[in-house]
Design a protein around this ligand. Sequence first.
Ligand code: HEC
Length: 142
Amino acid sequence: MKLALFVAAAAASFGQVQALMEKHCARCHEAAKSYSLKQDRDGWQATMNKMAGLGMKAPDAELAEIFEYLVKNYPADTVAKLKVNECRAIELESTLGLKRSVAAAVIAYREKNGPFKSLADLKKVPGVDPAKLEEKKDRLSF
Ligand code: HEC
């Protein structure tokens, strides 16, 4: 993309970009799918390339506006995820708000049964609150 396109992008307002996405992205899928991801600049570039490969056609300047909007408003999550199979009890307490006894039960369960494969596995630990885990699931990686 050329520099001029980025300048154009900076000038576009929220409403204009929404309209552009309705016009260009919602041709193939609901507009909401277009911002269903949170990723860094390279990730959004890859998505735009993928859509182009799928047959998306629109003026470069308009695609650049959409691209800049997505990069700015849907960035990658910056909070590091907790690695459930490597973390210590104290990290479970602080990240998930678990009681000390429950955090200890998670570690004990992991030592006995091996790594957790999914959220469903983690919910099997006696004493955990499945609803609370569900709420925080985006903070976890397995
Ligand atoms: C020519 C049709 C077409 C257009 C136009 C289009 N998309 Fe898509 N898009 C698709 C298809 C097909 C999928 C599902 C791809 C898959 O399942 O691998 C998709 C999926 C996605 C996804 C989900 C993640 C992924 O990679 O599957 C995102 C995000 C997305 N599109 C963004 C956009 C944005 C932003 C625009 C407008 C700038 C856009 N799309 C325009 C066809 C299109």
